[in-house]
Design a protein around this ligand. Sequence first.
Ligand code: ZN
Ligand code: FE
Length: 265
Amino acid sequence: MKKNGHIHTPYCPHGTRDPLDQYIKEAISHGFSEISFTEHAPLPANFSDPAPGQDSSMDINELENYLQEIESLKKKYKDNIKINVGFEVDFIEGFENDTREFLDTYGKRIDDAILSVHFLKFENEYDCVDYSPQNFAEMVKKYGSIEKVYKNYYRTVLMSIHADLGIYKPKRIGHITLVHKFQKKFPPGYNDEADIMEILKAIKDKGYSLDFNGAGTAKPLCGEPYPPLWAANIASTLGIPLVYGSDAHQVKELLQGYDLMFRKR
Ligand code: ZN
Ligand code: FE
């Protein structure tokens, strides 16, 4: 059973136009028996995307096409691979009600989903933590230290785990150490193992699973999966299900990190 539980699509405005068919064929050729398309769900209508490119999520006007296109591909490939349709849902502090409403509306139409933190609230403003090193530098300046950015990331991930987002709340928590994305340029200056442990324990208590995400391995300023191997090993020991996620935004990223992440585990 080889699953890839985190794949983006041509519906992602910061991704590529690689067609869904190609992702599926490539996944079959890599021996995946199950894949989940988890496009960034549309952001709440009155939330202004803080990413400078305003390109964080799919357009709500494309939602029907997205769901229907994958539904038909599920049937087309049903003898070759199990295809799930779903979302990567943003947890946004202060927008829990909007997110719950979205999930109440669309939850019954999806098979799988991830709950992720990309946006951090600080003094009533929001920032996108993984947009670019330049943007991260501006956050550090505003917060006062790298450590404060880290602490706010982990605080928000913990909130996401405890949030009441209704019966369709995703059961898998996305890239819990995304704040490491630029760590070689912005070392945190403290040991964040206790923060990560606290998150793993909360995931365990809730009975959730973990997005074991290969994207960071391909980012030169990160150089490790989300979460790093030591934390993934502890998660395994705790009995938390780890679900590999390539976080591919193009076909050639469908296996990113996989060998490194599963070699010695
Ligand atoms: Zn993305
Ligand atoms: Fe993400």
